[in-house]
Design a protein around this ligand. Sequence first.
Ligand code: FCB
Length: 457
Amino acid sequence: MTQNAKFLWGVATSSYQIEGAVGEDGRTPSIWDTFCATPGAVADGDTGAVACDHYHRMPEDVALMAGLGVDVYRFSLAWPRVQPDGKGAGNPAGIAFYDRLVDELLAKGILPWITLYHWDLPQALEDAGGWPARDTAYRFAEYAEIAYNALGDRVRQWTTMNEPWCSAMLGYVFGQHAPGRKDARAGMAAVHHLLLGHGLASRTIRDAAASRGRSEGLEVGITLNLSHKIPASDSPADLAAARWDDGMSNRLYLDPLLRGEYPADIAGKLAELGCPLPVEEGDLGLINQPVDVLGVNYYTSRVVQAAPVGGNGWPASRSVPRDVERTAMDWEVTPEALTDLLLRLERDYPGPAWYITENGAAYPDVADESGYVRDTARENYLRTHIDAALEARGKGVNLRGYFAWSLLDNFEWAYGYDRRFGIVRVDYDTQKRTPKRSARYFAERIAAEKAGQFPQS
Ligand code: FCB
């Protein structure tokens, strides 16, 4: 059954990383604009003010996608463009951009796949408390309704959040991402309110679709960054360290979303550490909405070894380095762990359709005079990870698609423009786009897969 379901090939991007035009058509600042303006927060003082200038070059970028032969494009909406300051009515001028994008994609036969939140929270909502504040979850559902009302006549694929782990942990616990706070208690409140926001927004979208007779083909879901955690040894300490790491990064999200409960070991320990998940009555039911699609963003895996507990009492661990290739992010290249991860997800959390919503790699690209990059390492990364994903599918995982991260080199958060993940090179001085060798490979692979190596319906 699952083997005959259609498999979608796509590319992914996100609003703040590519759009630029941060002050245009009524968009207000997001937490990333503020963070970028904070000295020392982002490498080289880079900002998303111009990025890939996609806001003005969108038709050219859609043409690039069409050239690759992709079925689907995963992009995110900038909340401060759609609903400036995160309150009140939608902003017609900002929404018009996404209207044009959706129409352009459909005209080229590419499915639009919307992510509502890829980290660019309106600064006004952060000023009101941000994700640690419960009200932000309700504001998010309101924004989801505005977005659905504007685009739901043409868009069927709706992802609420991208990687809530990153929003909560990097944004509020470690302070490496916007809004740059370092407060574990706030971070754990953010985890719960992001998940609550997901639940409220998915219910809103489903209801809005049903009231217009558009439920058929609607796919609502969420994308998580999930990873395989491999204990360094069978010692009880290493097993416990790997279990804690798996709990904090995988189960803390998967369990409430798909089983309607927080993992007891993690929730209990967080409460003990003074960072409880602020769950109110009925919340878990709201979070546990039907999930049509669970997006998996996969980059690497980790061998986990116990480390002495720090002064704050939090369980600690360290990564044991393996003798494998590393990307420019210093991430170990471990495609086989993607197969293991997918098999584990299907076994422990059966139900949703799984998609790899991001997978790719940064390498120190060298362009020739024409702008061409012969990125054999990235090509190899894509090949081995696609193989690993399809291997899991062959073993019965209900995997329905694969998105390369990313279409374009772009603003890589705290690394600024220093790390390039694109399969298409962007010359930031001229904004010239040049498909790399990996883009050619991806296009050829898609064509080959569609030609029958792999059953399509
Ligand atoms: C993911 C993010 C994406 C990009 C890649 C490299 O965590 O979702 O925006 O930064 O990592």
